[in-house]
Design a protein around this ligand. Structure first.
Ligand code: SF4
Length: 187
């Protein structure tokens, strides 16, 4: 029972069910109308894994990027790689989305927004981002403690539990798993 997500629901779904890494990239994309390559890959493949169809993906990225680079340049320079991710270009490999392990081991540079916030954000930014998700008090301190001990996926699992009010016994190991577990709780 593959889930499908539609274009108009992305912002609502991000608020309710995206893990922090993906919320952050959506925020930055909406803010800058642009994401660098690493972000387009990490976020684009996540959206694909969450059930966004190719046509909707093209419309989604075009709507943002055209505000920055124009739709002609988008069609020329960026549309190809989106179709590529969906296996419609090049070797026609159907690419799958990145696991937490892969995302955590990324090395985002200046101006990059991919990676795992638990691993790559500074203390203050992470606290602020978690506050924005409605996580505070004791739960927040527990999460920060996991981060200090480099247990990033456990920190994400605790965030899931704090924001959904249920326990997540399997633990978070993939952003698309976070999304589907969340949808299971909320639907
Ligand atoms: Fe994303 Fe995984 Fe990091 Fe959670 S632990 S923010 S799902 S990369």
């Amino acid at each position: 029972d593959a889930v499908e997500i539609s274009l108009k629901d992305i912002d609502q779904l991000a608020k309710s069910s995206f893990p922090l890494c993906m919320r952050h990239m959506l925020d930055k994309l909406r803010e800058n109308h642009h994401l660098k390559h690493g972000g387009r890959m990490q976020f684009g493949l996540f959206l694909k894994g969450a059930g966004l169809k190719l046509e909707d993906a093209l419309a989604f990225w075009r709507a943002e990027f055209s505000q920055k680079v124009g739709s002609e340049r988008f069609d020329k320079e960026y549309a190809y790689s989106i179709r590529h991710n969906y296996g419609k270009e090049g070797k026609r490999t159907d690419y799958t989305s990145y696991s937490c392990q892969k995302i955590i081991s990324a090395t985002p540079g200046v101006g990059d927004h991919h990676g795992c916030p638990y691993r790559h954000f500074g203390d203050e930014n992470l606290r602020a981002a978690l506050n924005k998700m409605g996580v505070g008090g004791h739960a927040l301190e527990e999460i920060m403690d996991k981060v200090k001990n480099r247990h990033y996926q456990l920190a994400c699992t605790l965030t899931f539990e704090a924001t959904h009010g249920v326990s997540c016994d399997s633990g978070i190991n993939h952003p698309n798993q976070y999304f589907s577990e969340s949808q299971k709780v909320l639907r």
